[in-house]
Ligand binder design. Structure first.
Ligand SMILES: [Zn+2]
Length: 151
């Protein structure tokens, strides 16, 4: 015998406030971006893996990682895509390139816009560097990085 469950609803709003934090390693990463205009990493010596953005533990052996070090702003295009539409689905006047850039000397990288090169000229393996906003305009977010550009 099937039972019948009566449900009720009410219309209204529930105020929800939240604060998203970057976490320990994310804090170090974005503080370096904001205050120094560079990237930092952590390394697991046992696995010989250098994490960018940094991690507080090794994803392979779970060792605690705590020594943050500057790895600079230069990288290599690992892969990329060309955008022809905005997030809202509108045709862009000029295509934009978004690249995954592996930071030199590390096993990690940053995904961001790539400027200063035509989409037809982008190559995997292309050497690039990060360009940051003026120090006074940085807020500690991914938008402190304006884009990467070829070097
Ligand atoms: Zn490890």
């Amino acid at each position: 015998m099937a039972s019948e469950i009566k449900t009720k609803k009410w219309d209204g709003e529930i105020p929800v406030h939240y604060l998203y934090t970057y976490g320990l390693a994310g804090e170090k990463f974005f503080r370096a971006v904001k205050e120094k205009g560079t990237f930092v990493a952590t390394k697991c010596g046992k696995c010989n893996v250098t994490y960018v953005p940094p991690r507080i533990y090794c994803e392979r052996c779970l060792a605690e990682l705590g020594d943050y070090f500057d790895v600079g702003t230069k990288g290599v295009v690992e892969t990329y895509t060309v955008l022809h539409e905005s997030l809202e689905g509108k045709r862009l006047s000029r295509p934009e390139i978004v690249a995954c850039v592996r930071i030199v000397g590390t096993d990690g990288g940053v995904i961001h816009r790539l400027s200063g090169v035509e989409p037809s000229a982008v190559k995997i393996g292309m050497k690039v560097e990060a360009i940051f906003a003026e120090p006074s305009k940085r807020t500690g977010s991914i938008n402190d990085i304006l884009h990467f550009r070829p070097i």
